[in-house]
Design a protein around this ligand. Structure first.
Ligand code: DC
Length: 211
């Protein structure tokens, strides 16, 4: 059984949905690292100031077993999912001191094992010794369509063409940044979910995790 599973990939590839399903089936802890970057972005947005080392000094980010997100003791699970926070999260994720702080937190969270962690740099930087690494991707059009449906279902107003633009921009920024860019680890298994259902992707990851 693989004790530490790292799932990386671009926005909208289905990482968090499949990670949640796999974590539930394996009785593993799911750690959504994107939510942590989003929480930093929300804190900066709410403070009205640019993100700074000072803003991060005593930040408290907690994820509970139901994947709820808490920022400084307040639940922010919904607030961190807006397009504004998505865009700002990708910006703050380019900063070395933000990545250093969150990487430390993420490693501490994974220390006990039996975890599935998803993000952009988990297999390459955060947990390079993970037992199983997956790079989950899909075409931009398909990822945008999924993100659009997700926003609509949550009652957040969205425009498909705008979502395609935002995802394309985030892909570019996440893959081209200097520190810990989105990249497939040399030992990661590539899964393209464009023509697969969530259940099919989850089944494949579970098969790999238990083989
Ligand atoms: O997975 P997500 O869409 O919730 O992530 C939000 C942003 O955070 C994403 O655009 C890039 C950044 N991120 C990152 O740089 N490294 C991670 N491990 C996770 C997310």
């Amino acid at each position: 059984m693989k004790k530490i599973i790292a799932i990386d990939g671009p926005a909208g590839a289905g990482k968090s949905t499949v990670s949640k399903i796999c974590a539930a089936r394996l009785s593993y802890t799911y750690i959504d690292t994107g939510a942590m970057y989003r929480a930093v972005a929300l804190k900066a947005l709410e403070s009205g100031k640019p993100v700074s080392e000072e803003l991060l000094r005593d930040i408290e980010i907690k994820l509970d077993e139901s994947a709820r997100v808490f920022l400084d003791g307040r639940e922010v699970t919904k607030e961190i999912r807006t397009p504004e926070v998505s865009c700002r999260a990708s910006d703050v994720a380019t900063l070395g001191y933000v990545r250093k702080k969150l990487t430390e937190l993420q490693r501490a969270m994974a220390a006990r094992g039996s975890v599935i962690m998803d993000g952009r740099d988990i297999g390459t930087q955060v947990l390079p010794n993970a037992d199983l690494k997956i790079f989950l991707t899909a075409t931009v059009e398909e990822r945008a369509r999924r993100r659009y449906e997700e926003l609509k279902a949550k009652g957040i107003a969205a425009d498909l063409a705008q979502v395609v633009k935002e995802i394309t921009l985030r892909d570019k920024q996440d893959s081209e940044r200097e520190i810990a860019p989105l990249a497939q680890a040399a030992d990661a298994i590539l899964l393209d979910s464009t023509h697969l259902t969530i259940e099919e992707v989850a089944a494949e990851i579970l098969r790999l995790a238990t083989e």
